[in-house]
Structure formats: C-alpha cells, structure tokens
Design a protein around this ligand. Sequence first.
Ligand SMILES: Nc1ncnc2c1ncn2[C@@H]1O[C@H](COP(=O)(O)OP(=O)(O)OP(=O)(O)O)[C@@H](O)[C@H]1O
Ligand SMILES: [Mg+2]
Length: 352
Amino acid sequence: MALLSGGKSVAGLDIGSSSIKIVQLKETGKGYRLINLGVRSLPQEVIVDGAIMDAGVISDTLREMVKEIKLKVKDVAVSVSGHSVIIKKIKVQEMTEDELEKNIQFEAEQYVPFDASEVNMDFVILGASKDEGKIDVLLVVVKKDVINDITTVVNDAGLNPVIVDVDAFALENMYETNYVLTSDEVVALVNVGASTTNINIIRDGISIFTRDISVGGNQFTEALQKQLQVSFEDAELLKKGETLGEKGPEEVEPILSVIADNLGQEIQRSLDFFNSSNPDIQLSRVSLCGGGSKVRGIVKAIEQRLGIKVEMINPLESIAYNKKKFDQEYLDDIAPMLGIGMGLAIRKAMDR
Ligand SMILES: Nc1ncnc2c1ncn2[C@@H]1O[C@H](COP(=O)(O)OP(=O)(O)OP(=O)(O)O)[C@@H](O)[C@H]1O
Ligand SMILES: [Mg+2]
C-alpha cells in the first residue's frame, strides 16, 4: 500500500508458503509483455499460518532466484493476506478524499480490533452510499508487524519492497488485466494456494467481498499422506498424477475427490455469507487459479457443490511473451500459480 510514483519498473514478488514466484512485466502500450519469471519451492514449515518462521531460508532462496533468473530490477511489489489484514466496506459522512485521509483513523477505529499505532491504513472511496449524505468506503488495514516481517526478509535478499499490496487486490488486478467483464457480471475469484485460499468477489471493477480461508492444496497432500501412509513429498507427487510403486491414480483419485468436495463446501460457506448480506446480487461464476486448482477434477467437484459455473483463470491469458525465451509447456504448467505475482507485477502502472 505504499505509494509509488515515477516510471521505474517493479517486479511482482509473491512469497507463498510452498513457493516463491517472481514476475517481471513490461508495458507495451497494447498491454503487457513477460520479461522475466522465476519459481522456486520452499521447504515445509518456513511459512506457517501466514507467518514467516524462517526468514533466513526465504531471503537465501530469494537471493539465489534473483541470480538464477538474472533479475535486473531491485524494486519489487509484495503482498500480505490472512488474519493480519482487514478489508471492510464502511459508511462515512460524505467528504472529500483529502478530508477522509485526515479522518480515516477516527472513522476506522470502531472496525479495527488493533491499536491504531499497530496498523497501516488505506482506503478507496467506492461512491455514494444508499444512506443519504454518506459514502461507501473500502477500508484496508494491515498490521505493521506483518509488513515489517516481509519487508525485512526482502531487504535481506538485496531487494527493495516499494509496494505492499494485499493478495485479494493483486488477484483482482491480474484478472482485470486478462479478462473483460461486462457491468452485469459478478465473479468470485478464488485463488487456491497451498495453505490459504483467497476469495475476492468483484463487480464493475470493484471488490465487493473478500475473505481468506485456511484451506488449500496441503489438505489434499495431507489426506494422501494419512490414508496411503506415505511421506509429504511422495504425497505431493501422487497428487500431481505420478505413480509410485503400487500407488497410483486409482488409489489417489477417490481421496482427492473427497477433499475437493470439502474445499467446495468451504468456498460455499463464504459465498453463503456473501449472499446473506447481499441477497440482491447474483453470482455469474466462480473463477479459479492457484496451484491448488490444478488437482484433477476440481472444477467439476466445486461446480457440483456450488451449483454455479466454475472455470479456470489463466493469469497469462492476455500477456505477450517471447516463445524462444519461455517454454510454452513450462508456462502452461506454472501459469495457475502466477495469479498474485502477475497482479503485483502490474501494480506500478495502476498505482495511485
Ligand atoms: N499439478 C498439480 N496438481 C495438483 N496440485 C498441484 C499441482 N501443482 C501444484 N500443486 C499444488 O499447489 C499448491 C501450491 O500452489 P501455490 O503456489 O498457488 O501456493 P502458495 O502460494 O505457495 O501457497 P499459499 O498462498 O497458500 O501460501 C501446493 O499445494 C501444490 O502441491
Ligand atoms: Mg499463494
């Protein structure tokens, strides 16, 4: 949420619990072109419940990645999510942006369970409220210690975190860069990571509901681990469709489909909550990305559970790239995991 001006290029840096992604884009005037890309997995337990447990491993990995992909820029956009982020639509007396800037702390106080000194705040004025004389404002509050943790680790790797965004908004920027929505479409963006699933419902270029839930690809791995008595690493391979000795898709798929249905139920719970506070809004579809969405059969399973259309997002859908530099098959494989990184990489151009 830091403000940035000037034309310097930034790379998107998504530090996920299972892997780090770096994405660098260039504006071409007609859209964006992929310039550089890196993905590296992290050992388990380096990030737990969104908290950095082993900063050294992350900064070492980052430094190696930067070297390996020959990243030319030092400025990066990072993001945060989870319990330390509050995104809330609030109503305040009609006032200008400048006035609200001065008063935001006071206005936000009743919605924020943390002391004002512990948080960074930002807001977006959404427009006139249904209540006369009031405006709707999207309030974004992030705990300072979380921002501090991530900026420290990035600094230690020799990079400058010049923008701190929120996962849900990066997701939205990625989607709106790749796809065009008509004004009557309401889409639930769902990024299924390893440990967290970010949900962001958007309409008319505005985020109308966000929620992070603590489920993701790890649930599939853990179920395989338990039921097939294998290590985490083997369970990961089985999940991705490999056969290990006697164990293969025949044993794996029934287990995956139960967990896919569980994930569908978790998403359903959030959508039900959204529906109960917005009974007049009809969802057009659910759009999925994130590594967790690569589990075979997941689209069908979630579609069945939710009873509405589910489709995959390709974060590189409208992005140009040099076919000689980037291998098509590799890009297809990792594209689903680039949602947040892509959204962060385009942040500069859209920054206020
Ligand atoms: N081919 C595949 N089939 C099934 N699952 C896959 C596949 N490829 C990756 N995954 C799973 O995707 C998850 C990683 O996705 P992603 O990179 O989006 O998560 P992350 O950003 O590291 O995690 P989080 O955001 O939750 O901290 C892991 O659980 C991984 O096992
Ligand atoms: Mg992630």
